[in-house]
Design a protein around this ligand. Structure first.
Ligand code: FEO
Length: 578
């Protein structure tokens, strides 16, 4: 069954709900948020998202998670259609972030006798969110809750996926594991399940990279615990399709990616207060930038950070990134104590970067910056200032600041790799030559560009090109499936000025097109006025190589400026360098 938002709401965003039975006495209410809405959630949402809630009717009734507040009317209507709220006994909170808990207060208003079930820290967080007394039951790994009629729920602790409050719930009768954020994806369509992995896998990977990779060790811990459960036939995620057809494959991918992350030899410790200001989204953008360079990030939430955990993370980190906590309120005391522990544990060989979160009553960034500098740490990006709601340009600044920091931390490894190839092989590989191109891309209000020479035609029907892009390039974020860009070919004998300009090291967030003449392509990306030819392209697939993405794109249109001129050729001496 599908319901739609009233016309007034739909004119802003398309919101619908879907109700489907997924197992005996188990129904999902999926809140379908069809349109991109970055500011509600952690990262760019090209394909919308869903917020999935579940109702289990044994002799007792349990509701697992609710929905985002923007679905208030639709969700409550759907819930009323399924059950009289007076008959709900338990509300299981997998995770208190507002996209799942935004309607907890509304549900409790309908039935104040509901017992809220969650991890200890989830119940604490919820007290701050709901601002009214409620009945609660704290659970931990291995605890069970009998609903009757065979539905025995077992809880699995999954801290940091993606806040410290997360629990999974396993129903022994239906072999369904409710995981909230874990194993989810931001993908909205009419399919309740993961039938077609081909169309989902890029979103599944992006979601993992943004949300789960910073907590890879916690992911491995959670996978170990769920492997101790009996068979799982459905993973009921909180975002996107539920997993039924590819469970082994997708859990395996989480395990492989997390093992790779956990092996990274360089780690950045990122500390901030989750749920405060725009901290989640900004931390996510910085983390994305850092992890692109192969550096691991471990995130710690200052609301609940224990001194010993803080010390351990600081000691294993090559750099500290800190989001400003609030000066007052519930979490200020714990956050201030944690910052005291950070300052006591850091050493002068470490690097750091600071960011504001736009929470309204945050600690001032400059006094903390001065204290860290006095200890001797080196600042690797300028404090990121947030005056208003962050723009796309701020997110780009965050991501590129993270990448700059990661590149700095891995500079020795990069030099070593460049020297590592056998000399003869290296020279032979250098005889592979390519043309010289500038890739230009625009997404919303932000743009990027890169000099490229690992470019080749890859198909003739349809016309397609492949481009190898290093994983730590800023423009990599503009080359995901469905993205558009322009491939500008440079002209032999006339390429030096453009090449010099685009080879420059740009500061995070800098405008790559300052002082360069461009005009817009039909796909919105800049065409360089000085280019010999241009092709408008759309990314249709990506293949992952150890340090590059091979981006395959179809070419939609193109033009040549000078019929008899030739493309500049890039001859190299060695193969381990561009
Ligand atoms: Fe989907 Fe972390 O909330």
């Amino acid at each position: 069954m599908v319901a739609s938002a009233p016309r007034s709401a739909r004119s802003r965003v398309r919101l619908t709900t879907e109700i489907s039975d997924i197992a005996p006495e188990t129904t999902t209410i999926r809140s379908l948020d069809w349109d991109r809405d970055r500011f509600d959630i952690e990262f760019s949402l090209e394909n919308g998202t869903t917020y999935n809630s579940f109702l289990i009717k044994g002799e007792k009734v349990a509701l697992v998670d609710t929905s985002h507040a923007k679905f208030r009317e639709l969700y409550i209507d759907a819930l009323n259609e399924l059950i009289d709220p007076q008959d709900i006994d338990y509300l299981i909170i997998s995770h208190t972030e507002p996209d799942h808990s935004g309607l907890v207060r509304d549900v409790l208003e309908l039935n104040p006798d509901i017992i809220v079930v969650g991890a200890k820290v989830a119940i604490q967080f919820l007290e701050n969110l709901v601002h009214q007394p409620f009945k609660s039951k704290v659970v931990k790994s291995g605890d069970r809750l009998e609903l009757g009629n065979g539905h025995e729920l077992e809880f699995v602790s999954a801290p940091n996926l993606h806040w410290p409050d997360t629990i999974f719930t396993y129903d022994h009768k239906t072999q369904t594991l409710f995981t909230c954020d874990a194993f989810g994806m931001h993908f909205c369509d009419d399919h309740t399940y993961d039938e077609d992995l081909d169309i989902l896998e890029a979103e599944f990977r992006l979601y993992y990279d943004c949300l789960m990779a910073p907590n890879a060790r916690s992911v491995l811990g959670a996978i170990k615990r769920i492997k101790e459960l009996p068979e799982i036939t459905t993973i009921a995620t909180g975002h996107g399709p539920l997993l039924r057809y590819n469970i082994e494959e997708l859990v395996g991918r989480y395990q492989d990616w997390s093992q790779t992350q956990a092996k990274a030899t360089t780690t950045v410790g990122l500390f901030y207060v989750a749920g405060h200001g725009y901290g989640d989204q900004l931390a996510q953008a910085i983390t994305t930038g850092i992890t692109k360079t192969g550096v691991a990030v471990e995130i710690m939430d200052l609301r609940v950070a224990e001194p010993q955990e803080v010390r351990e993370l600081v000691e294993l980190s090559s750099a500290i990134v800190l989001g400003m906590p609030p000066q007052s309120g519930e979490v200020a005391e714990n956050a201030a104590a944690a910052i005291g522990t950070i300052l006591a544990a850091v050493n002068s060989k470490q690097n750091f970067g600071l960011f504001e979160v736009g929470g309204g009553n945050d600690e001032a960034v400059y006094p903390i910056r001065n204290r860290i500098r006095e200890i001797g740490l080196v600042e690797k990006f300028e404090p990121i200032k947030i005056a208003d709601e962050p723009t796309e340009a701020i997110y780009q600044l965050c991501e590129e600041s993270g990448t700059d920091l990661g590149q700095w931390l891995t500079r020795d490894r990069t030099v070593k790799q460049m020297k590592a190839l056998d000399t003869e092989l290296d020279k032979a590989l250098g005889r592979i030559s390519g043309g010289l191109y500038i890739i230009t891309a625009k997404k919303g209000d932000i743009s990027s560009a890169m000099l490229a020479s690992w470019v080749a035609q890859a198909s003739s029907e349809p016309l397609g090109v492949s481009i190898a892009v290093a994983k730590d390039r800023a423009i990599e974020s503009f080359l995901h499936i469905g993205d558009h860009f322009v491939l500008n070919a440079l002209e032999e004998g006339k390429y030096q000025a453009l090449m010099k300009h685009f080879l420059k090291r740009f500061a995070p967030g800098a405008d790559r097109f300052a002082d360069v003449t461009t005009y817009p392509a039909t796909n919105g990306s800049p065409i360089l006025a000085e280019s010999l030819a241009y092709l408008e392209c759309e990314v249709v697939s990506r293949m992952e190589c150890p340090d590059h993405w091979i981006v395959y794109s179809i070419v939609t249109t193109g033009r040549v400026a000078k019929a008899d001129a030739l493309t500049a050729v890039h001859h190299r001496k060695v193969g381990n360098h561009y």
